[in-house]
Design a protein around this ligand. Structure first.
Ligand SMILES: C[S@@+](CC[C@H](N)C(=O)[O-])C[C@H]1O[C@@H](n2cnc3c(N)ncnc32)[C@H](O)[C@@H]1O
Length: 208
């Protein structure tokens, strides 16, 4: 077989097979997401998971940080978006058993190449992380304290999301007040169902 014919065959097979492989992967992930949620611990609701994926894709995030992995459910939604953006997730969980379960779930879902799970206290782990992140998701309460810890790790132009903006209204407000005092953040609260997210955009200084 000539080289040209061989290349043409590879191209055709890729075009035909790749969408089927991706569709199968998406189905597999749907199933695993259901299983993880069924055996999970305080995981985000489905529509909040979809919002996280949306935010990853919308911001074209390449580096995402999550505080509060639990069993990996929200991480799986984030990873779903990262498959498309070509990015990676660093996620931190203080509870040993949940951290181990999350690690297993990431492997089972075939996204362990995209996720670096840390078992530890985020207040200890975050300062040791190198570089900055495009998107940060806080889901472990104590938002003001975590905001102070992660704000230097958010790149200008990046987005910080925190969960339970309605359920943990007072805690969320303390963080929003800190973001206002900081002066670099444009903020809003988005309600999805009965709860929602605080959305904090760290504006680039040149666009002020
Ligand atoms: C609401 S759950 C996270 C749910 C997860 N994001 C999901 O949707 O699948 C909060 C998690 O944060 C963890 N956590 C609390 N304090 C932490 C800390 N200082 N560092 C890391 N994880 C912490 C808890 O152990 C708990 O598993």
């Amino acid at each position: 077989m000539s080289r040209a014919l061989w290349l043409a065959l590879v191209l055709v097979l890729t075009l035909v097979l790749a969408p089927q492989v991706l569709a199968q992967e998406a189905k597999d992930l749907d199933k695993i997401l259901e299983e993880v949620r069924a055996h999970g611990y305080l995981n985000v609701p489905v529509e909040h998971g979809r919002f996280l994926q949306l935010m990853v894709e919308l911001s074209d995030a390449k580096r995402v940080l999550e505080v509060g992995t639990s069993t990996g459910y929200s991480g799986l939604w984030i990873a779903r978006g990262l498959r498309r953006t070509g990015g990676k997730l660093v996620t931190i969980e203080i509870d040993k058993d949940r951290a181990a379960t999350a690690r297993a779930n990431f492997k089972k879902a075939g996204v362990d190449d995209l996720v670096t799970p840390h078992h530890g206290d985020a207040f200890q782990v975050v300062p040791k992380l190198e570089g900055q992140f495009d998107l940060i998701f806080l889901d472990a309460g104590s938002f003001k304290a975590f905001f102070d810890a992660v704000a230097p790790k958010l790149r200008p132009g990046g987005v910080l999301l925190s969960h339970n903006a309605l359920l943990l209204k007072d805690d969320t407000q303390k963080m929003l007040d800190a973001a206002k005092a900081d002066g670099r953040f444009l903020t809003s609260v988005v309600q999805i169902g009965s709860d929602g997210f605080a959305v904090l955009h760290k504006r680039r200084p040149e666009l002020k």
